[in-house]
Design a protein around this ligand. Sequence first.
Ligand code: ADP
Ligand code: MG
Length: 384
Amino acid sequence: MGAQQVREGFTELYGTEPDGVWSAPGRVNLIGEHTDYNDGFVMPFALPHVTTAAVARRTDGVLRLHSSDIGGGVVELALDTLEPGTDQEWTAYPAGVVWALREAGHPVTGADVHLASTVPTGAGLSSSAALEVVIALALNDLYELGLQRWQLARLCQRAENVYVGAPTGIMDQTASACCEAGHALFLDTRDLSQRQIPFDLAAEGMRLLVVDTQVKHAHSGGEYGKRRAGCEKGAALLGVDALRDVPYGELDSALDRLGDEEEVRRLVRHVVTEDHRVERVVALLEAGDTRAIGPVLTEGHASLRDDFQVSCPELDLVVEAANAAGALGARMTGGGFGGSAIVLAETADVDTITKAVEEAFAAAGFKAPRTFEAVPSAGARKAD
Ligand code: ADP
Ligand code: MG
């Protein structure tokens, strides 16, 4: 859905012109999984898929929200009544952003919003962050708040953590707010320092495929909480603030010190090796050795599957079938237990690999996956 269409949708709905149209993308994470709540490194890039919002200011303390992707009409909320944990609907994401802005002292006095998205929801591609960031950017412009991109991402994370009640890290919102076309974003989630890493696969004869398994295993929320708690326990046992503080070179001795804490040992090993993999991928990309990141991606998948134990049969099958069909590397991406995997491939091999994955899914009796190419795209922007 283009900016013009969303603008027209707004006018049809509210009977007035919006003040502007903004868009914010979903993301995939190239490498660095389950590291963001360990103060570690991540490396997402933005998708061409975006959530587009037409927004107009209001001065009467009212927030009106409409999504053309959700059945139902306009939801009207009074800003004074916004309260964390009270909204279980999709409107909690945009309302949470308004709440977080006001909580931080920014004079937001209301808005009319109409939006539409091409980001698949619940596929691990962060439609929730796209929704938050597009609202934050629009309000930042309309109310001339002067907040920087990373600050908007922080406020969006707060909206999701506190208002919606989903304990997520800072990666998704930062990716949606800060990514640049043709680049992946190397982000240190401790101090939020970031670096744009050139990642223009097409120019080098490669493609990155996203394979959406279209499954989401029900227990993912509870399992996420358990992994987080296990990582915190590991850090406490090792006497560090966060697992990010365990140097890769000292991993073996750290694991020794954890003794017979088998589960914690596995979690620690994943996080420490994963941070190291992010640094390896950055070094390889900066050296122009893009094909060499393939095996690092596959190594990361094995670590998520065996040590962190957040994969599932569908994700494992994408990786196995794609690599058997000649992919350069593949891994699950996002939190796990379903969602999407990424596959790095030579352009010439894309069709063969896509077909091989589809056939493997059919043979296993799984629902057909949905595959698309992910071109590293721009972060949030004013669209019209
Ligand atoms: P993900 O971020 O991986 O897509 P989440 O569960 O974090 O999955 O967020 C998905 C939720 O975000 C949806 O269930 C819905 O509440 C909200 N959402 C995302 N995009 C839209 C949209 N375009 N319109 C309405 N709600 C949306
Ligand atoms: Mg999300």
